[in-house]
Each structure stands twice: as C-alpha cells, then as structure tokens.
Design a protein. Structure first.
Length: 414
C-alpha cells in the first residue's frame, strides 16, 4: 500500500483517489486513452480494491474515495463482488467512479448505492445523435432519462461531461448538446443547488494520436491566450520550452487551435455555460427559463444574446475574485442587459424578484432590513411557483421577512 502519512492534507473524512486500473476498449475518436492503452482494459480485483480501502480507512480514517478508472463499471462481475465486500464489512464510507450510459443498469446502480457509491462521472460528449456516430461514441441518448431516474432513486449524483467544437459539428449539433444539458438541469432542478458539477462543457482539444487530430493536423495554429483553460496553461514554461512546444505540434497538439467558423463564433461557449449559465440557473431559474422560451427554446440562440457583453466579465477580475457577492453582481449585471433587450414586463419583473431574493437571503443583512415590502409589475410570486410567464398578471406588493436566516415571501395586501 502507498504510505500517505507525509501528506499534510490527509485527515479524518478527507477524500482520496485510488488507482483502480487502466484502459478503455471503446474507440472514441477524440480520446487519447485508447491510443495510450491500445484499447486494452484491466481492472484491479474486487478484493484488491477492498483491501486498499480497508487500509486507508483503518490507518488514516479516510471515509471518501474516488476509484480512478476511465470505465470502472465495465466488468460487472467485479463491480458486484466489490460492492458485496463493502456491504459485508459494514464500513461507513462513500465513493465515486466513472461509467458510460450503456454500461450501467438499475440492479447495478442499486447495489452500488447500497455499498456507498454517491457519485458517477458520465462522458456523454454530445447531445446530437449524428455526432454520437461521427465521434464513435455511439451512445443511445434515449436512455438518459431512465438512467437519471435510477440515479435519483438510489441517491447517486452524476456528473455529465460534454464537448463541442468537433471539425464536423454543425450549429444544430451544438444546440442539441446545450439543450440536453438544460434538459438534465430540469430533471435535477429540485436538488440542483446541492449538486455542484452536475454537468460540464469543454471545447474540444486535439490530443496526439487521435482521429480528431488527424482530420485537422495541417490546419492547427499555436495559441497563447487560452483564457482559464488550465490544461493548456503556459505560465510555468520558459522560453526554450515554449519553442519546443511550437516546433512539435504532433507532440503538443493540445496547445494548438483549429480555427473554424463554428469554433471561432463559439470560442467562449464553455466559459458561458460553466460559469454564467451555472449561476444563472441557480439564482435566476425562472428568468433564464423565460429568456430561453423567448429565444425559441434554443440555448445557442440565448448564448448569442449574451455575446455582446460576455467579455466584460470574462476578462475582468470578477471571474476569479474571492468575494462571491462581487462575482454574483457581475453575473447579475450581464443578465440584466439581456433582460432589458427582451423587452418583456414579466421577465423584467421576475428578474428583479429573483435578484431581491438573493440579496435578502445573504447572511450580512442589516437587522433593521429583516422586513421589507417591495412592489412588482407582475405576480412574480405566482410566476416563481409555477415557472410560467404571466405577462398579463397584475402588479403585486410582497412582504419579505427573515425567519431562521431564510427569506419568507408573502403577498402584502395592506
């Protein structure tokens, strides 16, 4: 076993990763793992994994584990044996792993949950059936809703990962991906605020040896400005190392960019969805939903409406500041510009209401402000509960009260 006693971060309850095996037998065109391991697959035995957990549990008090493997659940017999060992031991732990949509079923998720599995990472990559075939992922996307239902029933939080910017991808394909992400949010909306990282969206990076690189290898350009992309950060390289990168595109292809009309137009889409969209749907749920409806239920069309102002937050310190309130204000100001352009009385009203709800809920509210009366042009309380656009509803006065550090909002009729 690995001695982790020298790691200062290890304490009772900390999460650690355990290497569970190597390789993946599938042939996704963008993935470097299949090139490295030549599509072979191996997994540590159930007993070996159990013994490692047992060691870290008793030696260091670790109760949270990440079983690191591209597709941990592929060997179902091993998964069942591992879960049964944990169940027989009575260990009070939790753990997570990675899977494909087509590698899990209800019985497996049920026993995994009983054995302490609380999170699973799924690489879906694209919401487009056409692109599923193009990138050799070949998932049956119709299974997503059923699997989400099983995950919710057995208390397992997923993380769904998506990619955009494939050379053969169309705007319609990207929109299908974005709409699938929003559909996932709708499925998990009632518990979404506690499910950080429910989905992620990344712009395609061309890794050495992959089919996607072969398609564009003679059209790559070196890029220095990678925004917040840690996987392509050049901050720690010296000049000589940078020269090596620039002159060896076959080795360092992930530092190069393929410029197409789609990738250029959607260059900030990953930032928008992972930062702005994430916070908008948590704190401005109905506002975003109504803006989406006004955009023809196309998340891509709605993204375009943010484009004029997105650089203001992307290249500002708001993106990385320690104060969430400052960052929230930046997101709010950006959303407000889109709300104004929508030219809708009800959308403007629900935006103001959801903003007021946030600021009334923050901990440092003044004692004298624990009771406030606010007026809105539409019945925003009903809009919030029903998640509907009630443009023709009458204006209302609402009473905000602070009860047990939570906001209570009722109609004020005096």
């Amino acid at each position: 076993m690995i001695d982790i006693s020298l790691l200062n971060c290890v304490s009772i309850g900390d999460r650690i990763s355990i290497d569970a095996g190597r390789g993946c037998p599938f042939g996704c065109s963008f993935c470097s793992a299949k090139m490295m391991w030549e599509r072979s697959f191996r997994i540590k035995s159930a007993n070996r994994l159990y013994q490692e957990i047992l060691y870290y549990y008793h030696e260091y008090g670790i109760t949270n584990y990440g079983l690191e493997h591209d597709i941990f659940v592929l060997d179902k017999k091993n998964v069942y044996a591992f879960c049964n060992l944990l169940l027989q031991s009575g260990l009070d732990i939790e753990w997570g792993c990675s899977a494909r949509l087509d590698s899990v079923d209800e019985d497996m998720l049920k026993i995994m949950s009983k054995a302490g599995c609380r999170r699973i990472y799924f690489g879906i990559e694209t919401g487009s059936t056409r692109m599923q075939k193009k990138i050799s992922k070949n998932l049956n996307l119709s299974k997503l809703d059923t699997i989400c239902d099983w995950l919710q029933e057995y208390g397992i939080i997923p993380r769904f990962s998506f990619i955009y910017g494939f050379p053969e991808e169309s705007y319609e394909d990207v929109d299908a991906t974005l709409n699938m992400i929003y559909h996932i949010y709708e499925k998990w909306r009632n518990v979404f605020s506690s499910c950080k990282g429910l989905f992620q969206l990344h712009k395609l990076i061309f890794y050495p040896g992959t089919e996607e690189l072969q398609k564009v290898s003679n059209r790559l350009e070196y890029v220095e400005n990678t925004h917040y992309d840690a996987s392509r950060s050049i901050d720690h390289w010296n000049n000589e190392e940078l020269k090596d990168i620039v002159s060896n595109v076959d080795i360092f292809s992930n530092y190069f960019e393929f410029k197409s009309e789609l990738r250029s137009k959607l260059k900030d889409l990953d930032y928008f969805f992972n930062i702005i969209f994430y916070n908008a749907i948590i704190y401005y749920d109905v506002t975003y939903k109504l803006l989406l409806e006004k955009s023809g239920n196309s998340n891509l069309n709605l993204y375009y409406k943010f484009l004029d102002s997105i650089d203001e937050i992307m290249y500002s310190p708001f993106s990385y500041c320690e104060s969430f309130e400052i960052f929230f204000k930046a997101v709010t100001d950006l959303l407000h510009k889109v709300v104004i352009k929508a030219n809708s009385k009800s959308i403007k009203a629900i935006f103001e209401f959801e903003k007021d709800m946030f600021y009334f809920n923050i901990d440092n509210i003044n004692v004298e402000d624990r009771r406030q009366i606010k007026k809105y042009e539409c019945d925003v309380l009903k809009m919030k509960k029903m998640r509907l656009n009630l443009e023709d509803s009458s204006e209302v006065k609402l009473l905000f009260e602070k009860c047990n550090n939570k906001a209570k909002v009722t109609y004020y009729n005096k």
